[in-house]
Design a binder for this molecule. Structure first.
Ligand SMILES: NC(=O)c1ccc[n+]([C@@H]2O[C@H](COP(=O)([O-])OP(=O)(O)OC[C@H]3O[C@@H](n4cnc5c(N)ncnc54)[C@H](OP(=O)(O)O)[C@@H]3O)[C@@H](O)[C@H]2O)c1
Length: 135
């Protein structure tokens, strides 16, 4: 099974490691490419680098996003093909789990736009922290 992950911050990096250590392949996009390259160096046979959130959706059916805030989620989610946003590639085969902490208004808007494309979006913010599992 290949999963997609968008956002390799403190939380996303830790989640990525869990997935990879469990033996899964992961298609990864992060705004700052050095982080994705660093992850790929650690797991060369399991990490697939994506050039955009849109590419993540082309390569994976189940996608987790873990980015900072309203601005960040809107930057990766755009439904305009030109900006390579996630929404622009979503279809009925996709399940998008969004675990960042964002405002309810933005979240509802993204869920509506996801549904319009036939996909499912789960609002799944988390508590806890990276602790000793960090980078
Ligand atoms: N850290 C915690 O203990 C904790 C606990 C519970 C919940 N949370 C929530 O989890 C989410 C992630 O937290 P974190 O600690 O992992 O944050 P972080 O380490 O600051 O990482 C933020 C991530 O968002 C990306 N990002 C920020 N602005 C962006 C933009 N404009 N466009 C595209 N990407 C952007 C960053 O990309 P770059 O690498 O390019 O900067 C990075 O991948 C937040 O919503 C936070 O509230 C965190």
């Amino acid at each position: 099974m290949t999963y997609g992950l968008i956002g390799l911050g403190a939380m996303g990096w830790t989640m990525a490691k869990r997935w990879l250590n469990a033996g899964h392949k992961l298609v990864v996009y992060n705004r700052t490419r050095e982080k994705t390259k660093r992850l790929a160096e650690k797991y060369p046979d399991r990490v697939i680098l994506a050039e955009s959130p849109r590419e993540v959706a082309h390569r994976a059916q189940y996608i987790l996003s873990m980015v900072a805030d309203d601005q960040a989620i809107q930057a990766i989610a755009g439904d305009d093909e030109e900006n390579q946003g996630l929404l622009s590639a979503l279809g009925a085969q996709h399940i998008w789990v969004d675990s960042g902490t964002i405002s309810p208004k933005i979240s509802q808007n993204l869920s509506r736009r996801t549904l319009e494309r036939g996909a499912v979006r789960l609002e799944a913010p988390v508590s806890g922290s990276v602790g000793s599992q960090g980078r």
